[in-house]
Design a binder for this molecule. Structure first.
Ligand code: UD1
Length: 368
């Protein structure tokens, strides 16, 4: 019997860890799973709602680290997680994605000689000003099993000198959750609109923004909000606002938002999937949404100068756009008039079975 500690911490981790935990649960004679939640995200609408909707079990351990500077948040997770590792002595720590909790726990485990699996390894934006890029690189170099979502990941890891014997191209666990729950989400259409406090619309643009590069600089945020106001002249714009972004919007004063630009609190997983699945266009700076829109074949404009997920551009529906009002309005208008995303493809192995492949690799390593 192998003891596996699964780590989650922030919103984009939950839909990635859920399928792996569920799949391991199918082999109770081989694996014992413990779930550790660092508490990097702690508001109910950033955390608990995802546990409920994804069917994640209650965490066995909740570290409750909360928000802080990068060093203090990362350090606090490491101090707490080291004690958990010493107490439970797992055979493997499984981390997902690229948030501070991912790196903190991978590094702590590696230092204690506990093998690490990194789910969503190898992605690179080549932009070290992004905190996530540092997290990705260091997590990968501390890991023993590197599970990639697209083949660019294998190439990046090889170039960095990581032995390909550790790298397994398994597909995308985030898409596993989407495939499983999309039918449930689509039955919640009216509820999703009720959650943002509006009646349903057929033509709408869905927006998410939370990257420090876009929202911490008030001039940049002002440009993006100006673009949203202009897009809202002709289309309804729905914008569930991340807590980081909300506090910055408040610093800008209360921008004169017209009735067609709807700001709401962050949505749960199912409500957001429901709205995403029928949107005319998504405007975002999220990593995961670039992938989910590619799967759903919904046009996506990513407000960033680069992406660590190039397949969403070469095969999918994603395009990069600069954070200025003119560029955003122009690209949005192009995307909304042409709507020609039929030629896009769903990337290889984004088929709902990535977690199965991950667990297969681990079962081969540790046969029953
Ligand atoms: C983090 C991740 C980012 C991910 C994002 C998804 C890092 C470095 N960043 O960014 O990769 O895309 O999560 O949401 O790990 N806050 C709340 N309630 C919460 C959590 C946060 O109000 O439940 C507020 C706090 O004011 C906090 C701020 O949001 O200071 C930022 O939270 P933090 O976890 O540091 O980074 P995110 O911007 O959420």
């Amino acid at each position: 019997m192998k003891k596996i500690i699964h780590v989650v911490g922030a919103r984009p981790n939950f839909m990635k860890a859920a399928p792996v935990l569920a799949e391991m649960g199918n082999f109770p004679d081989q694996f014992e799973s413990l779930l550790v939640h660092t508490g990097q995200h702690y508001d109910a609408n950033m955390s608990k709602v995802f546990f409920d909707e994804l069917g994640l079990p209650e965490p066995d351990v909740y570290l409750g680290v909360g928000s802080d500077s990068h060093a203090r948040q990362t350090a606090r997770i490491m101090i707490e997680f080291e004690e958990i590792l010493q107490k439970h002595r797992p055979d493997l720590v499984s981390v997902v994605g690229d948030v501070n909790s991912t790196l903190a726990c991978a590094l702590t485990a590696a230092k204690l000689g506990v093998p690490v699996a990194h789910v969503e390894a190898g992605l690179r934006s080549f932009d070290r000003t992004m905190p996530e890029e540092i997290n990705r690189i260091l997590t990968d170099h501390a890991s023993d099993f590197l599970f990639t979502t697209e083949t660019s990941g294998n190439e990046n890891l090889e170039k960095e000198g990581i032995s390909l014997s550790k790298v397994h191209f398994v597909g995308n666990v985030m898409i596993d959750s989407l495939v499983r729950l999309l039918p449930v989400a689509q039955r919640r259409w009216e509820q999703a609109w009720a959650a943002i406090g509006a009646s349903s619309a057929e033509d709408y643009v869905l927006v998410t923004l939370h990257r420090p590069a876009n929202v911490d600089d008030l001039e940049t945020l002002g440009e993006i909000l100006e673009a949203l106001r202009r897009i809202a002249a002709d289309h309804r714009v729905v914008f569930p606002v991340h807590p980081r972004t909300r506090s910055r919007i408040q610093q800008l004063g209360s921008p004169d938002l017209d009735g067609n630009l709807l700001l709401s609190t962050p949505l749960g997983y199912l409500d957001f999937m429901a709205l995403m699945s029928r949107a005319s266009l998504i405007l975002t700076d999220s990593g995961g949404i670039q992938e989910e829109t590619t799967y759903l074949k919904i046009p996506c404009l990513t407000v960033r100068p680069n992406t660590e997920r190039p397949i969403t551009i070469t095969q999918g529906t994603n395009q990069l756009v600069a954070a200025n009002a003119e560029a955003l309005v122009e690209k949005a208008s192009e995307a909304l008039t042409s709507r020609s995303v039929q030629d896009t493809e769903i990337p290889a192995l984004w088929d709902g079975k990535a977690a199965q492949r991950i667990v297969d690799v681990l079962r081969q390593k540790w046969p029953a």
